[in-house]
Design a protein around this ligand. Structure first.
Ligand code: CUA
Length: 325
C-alpha cells in the first residue's frame, strides 16, 4: 500500500505545503534566471575577449582603455545592486511564507502527540479522558479539512518529522516539545520520513499520514479505542498464550491483555496498519512472521530481539496477531 502513497513537495495536499511549494517555485525560477544570465554573460565575455585578441594579434594581457574601464565599473556596480535586490526579494518572500504558516495555526485543532524513537514513530491521540486516548505507531490518521496540531518530541535522539505533501520538516527533540500545524484538503495517503540522521536505521523510519473524510476518521478513532479482539479459535487462543508467555509483553502493549509495556509499538490494532517496522515492509502475514523470527536481518540494529519459536507456536502467534484489527 505504501507504494501508492504520495510524497512530493510539488503536489501539496494542504495550505501549509502549498505555501512552501509556492516559495520553492519562486526560488527555482529566480535562481534559474540568474544562472542563465550569468552563463550568457560568461560566454559573451569570453567570445568578445577572443575577438579583441584576434584584432590586436597578441594574446598577452592588454590594459583596458580608460572609457571601457568606466563602463566595466558601471556594469559591476549594476550587477551587485541587482544581486542584492534579488536576495532581498527572496528574503522577504521567505519571511512572509514563515509568517503565513504561523497564521495557519488553529486553536481548535485535532491534537496528536508524536514521539520520534529509534526507529519508529509513536502516535498518541490526546483526550481529556485518559481511557479515550489512542496509541498507535507509524501511521497518523487525520480528518480531511480539519487543522491538526502535532506536538512533537523524541525519546532518544533528534529526529525530524517530514511529510512533504503536507508540510516542511520539523525537528523532534528529546525533552522539548515542538509544534506543527497541518491540514489535508484532499483524502489520500501521504508518505513521510525522518529527515534528521538518527542512527543506523534512519533510512528505515518512514510513516504514513492517512487523510480521510471526517465520518471515516471518527469511526477509525472509535475502533482504536476498543481493546484488542478476543481470540475466537483454539489456534488464536494458543497464539495469545504464546504472546503472553514469550518476551513480547516486556516491550509491547495489547489493550485488554496483561501486556502494557511501551518500549516498542502498541500492537492492539497492529493488523489494521499498512506497514511493519516503520514503513520497512508491507504488513502481510508472511512479512510479520519473518520479522518476528529475525528482525535483525530485516532492520539491523533495531531494538526488537529475535524470538525463537517452534513453527506451530509461530503459526499460532501469527493467527492471533492477525485478529488485532
Ligand atoms: Cu529518526 Cu532519522
Amino acid at each position: 500500500m505504501s507504494g501508492e502513497a504520495l510524497q512530493s513537495i510539488l503536489h501539496p495536499a494542504g495550505p501549509q505545503a502549498a505555501r512552501i511549494g509556492d516559495l520553492w517555485w519562486l526560488m527555482l525560477w529566480v535562481c534559474a534566471a540568474v544562472y542563465a544570465l550569468v552563463m550568457i554573460a560568461l560566454v559573451w565575455g569570453s567570445l568578445r575577449r577572443r575577438s579583441q585578441e584576434e584584432l590586436s594579434g597578441i594574446s598577452a594581457v592588454v590594459p583596458p582603455a580608460e572609457g571601457s574601464e568606466r563602463l566595466l565599473a558601471r556594469w559591476v556596480g549594476g550587477a551587485t545592486a541587482v544581486s542584492a535586490l534579488i536576495l532581498l526579494t527572496l528574503l522577504v518572500a521567505s519571511v512572509s511564507t514563515s509568517r503565513s504558516l504561523e497564521a495557519l495555526a488553529a486553536p481548535r485543532a485535532l491534537e496528536i502527540e508524536l514521539t520520534g524513537r529509534q526507529w519508529w514513530w509513536q502516535v498518541e491521540y490526546a483526550d481529556p479522558t485518559p481511557s479515550r486516548r489512542v496509541m498507535s505507531a507509524n501511521e497518523i490518521h487525520i480528518p480531511v479539512g480539519r487543522p491538526v496540531h502535532i506536538r512533537g518530541t523524541a525519546r532518544d535522539v533528534i529526529h525530524s518529522f517530514w511529510v512533504p505533501s503536507l508540510h516542511g520538516k520539523k525537528d523532534l527533540i528529546p525533552g522539548h516539545t515542538t509544534d506543527l500545524w497541518l491540514r489535508a484538503d484532499r483524502p489520500g495517503v501521504y508518505r513521510g520520513q525522518c529527515a534528521e540522521f538518527c542512527g543506523w536505521q534512519h533510512a528505515h523510519m518512514a510513516l504514513l499520514v492517512i487523510a480521510e473524510p471526517t465520518d471515516r476518521f471518527d469511526a477509525w478513532l472509535e475502533s482504536q479505542r476498543q481493546p484488542a479482539a478476543l481470540p475466537s479459535t483454539p489456534l488464536q487462543q494458543r497464539g495469545r498464550a504464546v504472546f503472553e508467555a514469550q518476551a513480547c509483553p516486556l516491550c509491547h502493549t495489547i489493550q485488554g491483555t496483561g501486556a502494557s509495556a511501551s518500549a516498542g509499538p502498541d500492537l492492539t490494532h497492529l493488523a489494521g496498519r499498512r506497514t511493519l517496522a516503520a514503513g520497512t515492509l508491507p504488513n502481510t502475514l508472511g512479512n510479520l512472521g519473518g520479522w518476528i523470527a529475525d528482525p535483525q536481518s530485516v532492520k539491523p540494529g533495531n531494538r526488537m530481539p529475535a524470538v525463537t519459536l517452534p513453527s506451530e507456536d509461530l503459526q499460532a502467534l501469527l493467527a492471533y496477531l492477525e485478529t488485532l484489527r
